[in-house]
Design a protein around this ligand. Structure first.
Ligand code: NAP
Length: 276
Protein backbone atom coordinates (compact mmCIF):
# COMPACT_ATOMS: atom_id res chain seq x y z
CA UNK A 1 0.00 0.00 0.00
CA UNK A 2 1.36 3.44 -0.86
CA UNK A 3 2.06 5.82 2.00
CA UNK A 4 -0.82 8.03 0.81
CA UNK A 5 -3.39 5.22 1.07
CA UNK A 6 -1.85 4.02 4.32
CA UNK A 7 -2.43 7.47 5.84
CA UNK A 8 -6.02 7.60 4.54
CA UNK A 9 -6.84 4.13 5.90
CA UNK A 10 -5.13 4.94 9.19
CA UNK A 11 -7.04 8.21 9.55
CA UNK A 12 -10.44 6.65 8.78
CA UNK A 13 -10.08 3.25 10.43
CA UNK A 14 -7.75 3.99 13.27
CA UNK A 15 -7.19 7.62 14.01
CA UNK A 16 -10.32 9.13 15.41
CA UNK A 17 -11.18 6.93 18.39
CA UNK A 18 -7.53 6.85 19.40
CA UNK A 19 -6.51 10.45 18.89
CA UNK A 20 -4.41 11.66 21.81
CA UNK A 21 -5.86 9.08 24.22
CA UNK A 22 -3.67 7.95 27.09
CA UNK A 23 -3.34 4.18 27.37
CA UNK A 24 -1.82 2.52 30.43
CA UNK A 25 0.03 -0.72 29.70
CA UNK A 26 0.96 -2.87 32.69
CA UNK A 27 4.27 -4.37 31.66
CA UNK A 28 7.16 -6.54 32.70
CA UNK A 29 7.14 -8.65 29.53
CA UNK A 30 8.64 -8.43 26.06
CA UNK A 31 5.11 -8.22 24.64
CA UNK A 32 4.28 -5.17 26.77
CA UNK A 33 7.40 -3.39 25.52
CA UNK A 34 6.56 -4.30 21.94
CA UNK A 35 2.95 -3.16 22.27
CA UNK A 36 3.95 0.17 23.81
CA UNK A 37 6.52 0.68 21.07
CA UNK A 38 4.05 -0.16 18.32
CA UNK A 39 1.38 2.19 19.70
CA UNK A 40 3.92 4.99 19.99
CA UNK A 41 5.04 4.31 16.43
CA UNK A 42 1.47 4.43 15.09
CA UNK A 43 1.34 7.72 16.89
CA UNK A 44 -2.37 8.33 17.45
CA UNK A 45 -2.55 7.45 21.12
CA UNK A 46 -0.19 8.04 24.01
CA UNK A 47 1.01 4.78 25.62
CA UNK A 48 2.46 4.81 29.13
CA UNK A 49 4.24 1.65 30.24
CA UNK A 50 4.12 0.66 33.90
CA UNK A 51 6.88 -1.45 35.44
CA UNK A 52 6.78 -3.02 38.88
CA UNK A 53 10.40 -2.08 39.58
CA UNK A 54 11.54 -5.57 40.54
CA UNK A 55 14.73 -5.52 38.46
CA UNK A 56 17.31 -2.86 39.17
CA UNK A 57 18.27 -2.50 35.54
CA UNK A 58 15.18 -3.22 33.43
CA UNK A 59 15.28 -2.81 29.67
CA UNK A 60 14.35 0.84 29.19
CA UNK A 61 11.55 1.16 26.69
CA UNK A 62 11.51 4.00 24.16
CA UNK A 63 8.16 5.25 25.45
CA UNK A 64 6.99 7.10 28.53
CA UNK A 65 7.13 4.78 31.51
CA UNK A 66 6.60 4.80 35.26
CA UNK A 67 7.93 2.45 37.92
CA UNK A 68 6.55 0.96 41.16
CA UNK A 69 3.28 -0.36 42.57
CA UNK A 70 0.11 1.70 42.71
CA UNK A 71 -0.99 0.62 46.17
CA UNK A 72 -3.48 -2.12 45.32
CA UNK A 73 -6.53 -1.95 43.10
CA UNK A 74 -7.78 1.25 44.77
CA UNK A 75 -4.46 2.94 44.08
CA UNK A 76 -4.57 1.81 40.47
CA UNK A 77 -8.14 3.09 40.12
CA UNK A 78 -7.10 6.47 41.51
CA UNK A 79 -4.14 6.60 39.17
CA UNK A 80 -6.32 5.79 36.16
CA UNK A 81 -8.72 8.59 37.07
CA UNK A 82 -6.11 11.19 38.06
CA UNK A 83 -4.07 10.64 34.92
CA UNK A 84 -7.17 10.50 32.68
CA UNK A 85 -6.39 7.17 31.05
CA UNK A 86 -8.78 6.10 28.30
CA UNK A 87 -7.81 2.42 28.41
CA UNK A 88 -5.92 -0.12 30.48
CA UNK A 89 -4.08 -3.10 29.01
CA UNK A 90 -2.73 -5.76 31.33
CA UNK A 91 0.29 -7.17 29.49
CA UNK A 92 2.01 -8.54 32.60
CA UNK A 93 3.56 -11.98 32.91
CA UNK A 94 1.11 -14.92 32.85
CA UNK A 95 2.12 -15.82 36.42
CA UNK A 96 1.71 -12.28 37.82
CA UNK A 97 -1.65 -12.97 39.42
CA UNK A 98 -2.00 -10.10 41.87
CA UNK A 99 -1.56 -7.22 39.46
CA UNK A 100 -3.99 -8.90 37.05
CA UNK A 101 -6.62 -9.17 39.77
CA UNK A 102 -5.98 -5.51 40.67
CA UNK A 103 -6.29 -4.40 37.05
CA UNK A 104 -9.56 -6.24 36.68
CA UNK A 105 -10.96 -4.65 39.83
CA UNK A 106 -9.71 -1.13 39.02
CA UNK A 107 -11.19 -1.29 35.52
CA UNK A 108 -14.53 -2.44 36.91
CA UNK A 109 -14.50 0.39 39.47
CA UNK A 110 -13.57 3.16 37.03
CA UNK A 111 -15.28 1.92 33.86
CA UNK A 112 -12.00 2.33 31.98
CA UNK A 113 -11.95 -0.07 28.99
CA UNK A 114 -9.68 -2.98 29.85
CA UNK A 115 -8.37 -6.22 28.48
CA UNK A 116 -5.46 -8.56 28.92
CA UNK A 117 -2.66 -9.43 26.51
CA UNK A 118 -1.79 -12.99 27.51
CA UNK A 119 0.57 -15.07 25.47
CA UNK A 120 -0.56 -18.67 24.94
CA UNK A 121 1.06 -21.53 26.80
CA UNK A 122 3.47 -23.96 25.19
CA UNK A 123 2.28 -27.08 23.39
CA UNK A 124 4.13 -30.38 23.66
CA UNK A 125 5.74 -31.55 20.43
CA UNK A 126 7.10 -34.88 19.20
CA UNK A 127 10.23 -35.77 21.15
CA UNK A 128 9.29 -33.79 24.26
CA UNK A 129 9.15 -35.53 27.63
CA UNK A 130 7.02 -33.14 29.63
CA UNK A 131 5.36 -33.81 32.93
CA UNK A 132 2.72 -31.18 33.55
CA UNK A 133 1.99 -30.29 37.16
CA UNK A 134 -0.35 -27.85 38.84
CA UNK A 135 2.17 -26.14 41.10
CA UNK A 136 5.67 -26.26 42.55
CA UNK A 137 4.71 -28.71 45.32
CA UNK A 138 3.42 -31.18 42.72
CA UNK A 139 6.56 -30.42 40.70
CA UNK A 140 8.74 -31.55 43.59
CA UNK A 141 6.66 -34.74 43.91
CA UNK A 142 7.03 -35.39 40.17
CA UNK A 143 10.77 -34.86 40.46
CA UNK A 144 11.00 -37.41 43.29
CA UNK A 145 8.99 -39.89 41.19
CA UNK A 146 11.50 -39.53 38.34
CA UNK A 147 14.15 -41.23 40.53
CA UNK A 148 17.06 -39.43 38.91
CA UNK A 149 20.59 -40.58 39.87
CA UNK A 150 21.75 -39.01 43.14
CA UNK A 151 24.33 -36.85 41.36
CA UNK A 152 21.91 -35.52 38.71
CA UNK A 153 21.78 -31.74 38.25
CA UNK A 154 18.28 -30.24 38.09
CA UNK A 155 17.91 -26.90 36.32
CA UNK A 156 15.24 -25.05 38.28
CA UNK A 157 14.35 -22.46 35.62
CA UNK A 158 12.05 -20.62 37.99
CA UNK A 159 13.95 -17.43 38.69
CA UNK A 160 13.76 -16.78 42.43
CA UNK A 161 10.21 -18.09 42.85
CA UNK A 162 8.79 -21.46 43.88
CA UNK A 163 12.13 -22.85 44.99
CA UNK A 164 11.13 -23.89 48.53
CA UNK A 165 9.39 -27.22 47.71
CA UNK A 166 12.52 -28.31 45.84
CA UNK A 167 14.84 -27.21 48.66
CA UNK A 168 12.67 -29.23 51.04
CA UNK A 169 13.46 -32.39 49.05
CA UNK A 170 16.91 -32.35 50.69
CA UNK A 171 19.93 -33.58 48.80
CA UNK A 172 19.09 -31.99 45.43
CA UNK A 173 21.86 -30.58 43.23
CA UNK A 174 20.47 -27.62 41.34
CA UNK A 175 21.31 -24.99 38.79
CA UNK A 176 19.52 -21.64 39.17
CA UNK A 177 19.48 -18.64 36.83
CA UNK A 178 18.21 -15.11 37.20
CA UNK A 179 18.58 -11.61 35.77
CA UNK A 180 19.73 -10.66 39.24
CA UNK A 181 21.40 -12.86 41.87
CA UNK A 182 19.05 -15.58 43.09
CA UNK A 183 19.31 -16.24 46.80
CA UNK A 184 18.49 -19.92 47.21
CA UNK A 185 16.53 -21.17 50.20
CA UNK A 186 18.43 -23.48 52.55
CA UNK A 187 18.24 -27.19 51.89
CA UNK A 188 19.89 -27.83 48.55
CA UNK A 189 22.82 -30.24 48.65
CA UNK A 190 24.60 -28.22 45.98
CA UNK A 191 23.54 -25.09 44.18
CA UNK A 192 25.09 -23.11 41.34
CA UNK A 193 23.50 -19.79 40.43
CA UNK A 194 23.98 -17.99 37.14
CA UNK A 195 23.24 -14.34 36.46
CA UNK A 196 22.10 -13.94 32.87
CA UNK A 197 19.48 -12.04 30.93
CA UNK A 198 17.49 -13.73 28.16
CA UNK A 199 16.36 -14.26 25.56
CA UNK A 200 18.63 -17.25 25.04
CA UNK A 201 19.05 -19.08 21.76
CA UNK A 202 18.56 -22.82 21.44
CA UNK A 203 22.31 -23.19 20.91
CA UNK A 204 23.08 -21.27 24.09
CA UNK A 205 20.64 -23.42 26.02
CA UNK A 206 22.06 -26.61 24.52
CA UNK A 207 25.55 -25.52 25.55
CA UNK A 208 24.38 -24.71 29.06
CA UNK A 209 22.53 -28.00 29.56
CA UNK A 210 25.48 -29.98 28.19
CA UNK A 211 28.20 -28.05 30.04
CA UNK A 212 26.40 -28.34 33.35
CA UNK A 213 25.33 -31.98 32.76
CA UNK A 214 21.71 -31.12 33.49
CA UNK A 215 19.50 -34.19 33.94
CA UNK A 216 16.09 -32.51 34.21
CA UNK A 217 14.52 -29.06 33.85
CA UNK A 218 11.76 -27.63 35.99
CA UNK A 219 10.06 -24.60 34.42
CA UNK A 220 6.79 -22.71 34.43
CA UNK A 221 4.54 -22.74 31.37
CA UNK A 222 5.02 -19.03 30.74
CA UNK A 223 4.53 -19.30 26.97
CA UNK A 224 6.23 -16.96 24.53
CA UNK A 225 9.31 -17.31 22.40
CA UNK A 226 12.02 -16.23 24.80
CA UNK A 227 11.71 -19.07 27.31
CA UNK A 228 11.00 -21.75 24.74
CA UNK A 229 14.61 -22.30 23.66
CA UNK A 230 15.43 -24.30 26.78
CA UNK A 231 12.53 -26.65 26.03
CA UNK A 232 13.76 -27.15 22.47
CA UNK A 233 17.23 -27.85 23.82
CA UNK A 234 15.75 -30.36 26.30
CA UNK A 235 14.02 -32.10 23.38
CA UNK A 236 17.31 -32.36 21.51
CA UNK A 237 18.99 -33.87 24.57
CA UNK A 238 16.04 -36.15 25.45
CA UNK A 239 15.73 -34.58 28.89
CA UNK A 240 12.58 -34.71 31.03
CA UNK A 241 10.90 -31.37 31.73
CA UNK A 242 8.57 -30.75 34.64
CA UNK A 243 6.29 -27.93 33.59
CA UNK A 244 4.23 -25.97 36.10
CA UNK A 245 0.89 -25.06 34.56
CA UNK A 246 -0.43 -21.52 34.38
CA UNK A 247 -4.15 -21.17 35.04
CA UNK A 248 -5.20 -19.24 31.92
CA UNK A 249 -8.62 -17.68 31.54
CA UNK A 250 -9.93 -19.22 28.34
CA UNK A 251 -13.41 -17.67 28.32
CA UNK A 252 -14.16 -16.14 24.91
CA UNK A 253 -13.17 -12.51 24.57
CA UNK A 254 -11.31 -12.47 27.86
CA UNK A 255 -7.82 -11.88 26.49
CA UNK A 256 -5.90 -11.43 23.27
CA UNK A 257 -2.81 -13.46 22.54
CA UNK A 258 -0.72 -11.21 20.31
CA UNK A 259 0.42 -7.63 20.01
CA UNK A 260 -1.42 -7.29 16.68
CA UNK A 261 -4.66 -8.49 18.24
CA UNK A 262 -4.15 -6.11 21.17
CA UNK A 263 -3.93 -3.11 18.83
CA UNK A 264 -7.19 -4.11 17.14
CA UNK A 265 -8.90 -4.80 20.48
CA UNK A 266 -7.78 -1.44 21.85
CA UNK A 267 -9.28 0.41 18.93
CA UNK A 268 -12.55 -1.52 19.17
CA UNK A 269 -12.78 -0.87 22.89
CA UNK A 270 -12.30 2.86 22.37
CA UNK A 271 -14.86 2.95 19.56
CA UNK A 272 -17.37 1.16 21.82
CA UNK A 273 -16.60 3.56 24.66
CA UNK A 274 -17.08 6.53 22.34
CA UNK A 275 -20.54 5.27 21.40
CA UNK A 276 -21.70 4.61 24.96
P1 NAP B 1 2.23 -9.68 41.16
O1 NAP B 1 2.51 -10.61 42.27
O2 NAP B 1 1.06 -9.95 40.31
O3 NAP B 1 2.10 -8.17 41.70
C1 NAP B 1 2.54 -7.79 42.99
C2 NAP B 1 2.44 -6.30 43.10
O4 NAP B 1 3.48 -5.69 42.30
C3 NAP B 1 1.17 -5.71 42.55
O5 NAP B 1 0.12 -5.81 43.48
C4 NAP B 1 1.59 -4.29 42.23
O6 NAP B 1 1.73 -3.53 43.42
C5 NAP B 1 3.00 -4.47 41.71
N1 NAP B 1 3.06 -4.63 40.26
C6 NAP B 1 3.14 -5.78 39.53
N2 NAP B 1 3.25 -5.53 38.23
C7 NAP B 1 3.24 -4.18 38.11
C8 NAP B 1 3.36 -3.30 37.01
N3 NAP B 1 3.51 -3.77 35.74
N4 NAP B 1 3.30 -1.97 37.24
C9 NAP B 1 3.18 -1.49 38.51
N5 NAP B 1 3.08 -2.28 39.59
C10 NAP B 1 3.12 -3.60 39.40
O7 NAP B 1 3.49 -9.55 40.21
P2 NAP B 1 4.85 -10.35 40.23
O8 NAP B 1 4.58 -11.77 39.91
O9 NAP B 1 5.60 -9.99 41.47
O10 NAP B 1 5.56 -9.69 38.96
C11 NAP B 1 6.05 -8.36 39.04
C12 NAP B 1 6.31 -7.88 37.64
O11 NAP B 1 7.29 -8.72 37.02
C13 NAP B 1 5.08 -7.88 36.75
O12 NAP B 1 4.99 -6.64 36.13
C14 NAP B 1 5.33 -9.01 35.75
O13 NAP B 1 4.86 -8.68 34.47
C15 NAP B 1 6.84 -9.17 35.78
N6 NAP B 1 7.27 -10.57 35.66
C16 NAP B 1 6.74 -11.51 36.48
C17 NAP B 1 7.14 -12.83 36.36
C18 NAP B 1 6.52 -13.90 37.21
O14 NAP B 1 6.94 -15.05 37.09
N7 NAP B 1 5.54 -13.60 38.06
C19 NAP B 1 8.10 -13.17 35.42
C20 NAP B 1 8.64 -12.18 34.59
C21 NAP B 1 8.22 -10.87 34.73
P3 NAP B 1 0.57 -2.60 43.97
O15 NAP B 1 -0.48 -3.50 44.53
O16 NAP B 1 1.23 -1.74 44.98
O17 NAP B 1 0.03 -1.82 42.80
Amino acid sequence: MSRFWFLIVKAVWWGEPMAGKRVLILGGTAEANELAGRLAEIGDCHPVLSLAGRTRQPRRPDVEFRTGGFGGSDGLATYLRDEAFAALIDATHPFAGQITANAHAAAAETGVPYFRLLRPGWVEAKGDHWIRVADAVSGAEALTALRLPADAIVFLALGHRDLEPFAAMNGLRVLLRGVEPVVPPAGFFACETLIARGPFSETEELDLLSDKSVGCIVARDSGGASGYAKLKAARRLDLPVILIDCPRDTSPGSAVESVEAAIVRLRNKLVDKGRS
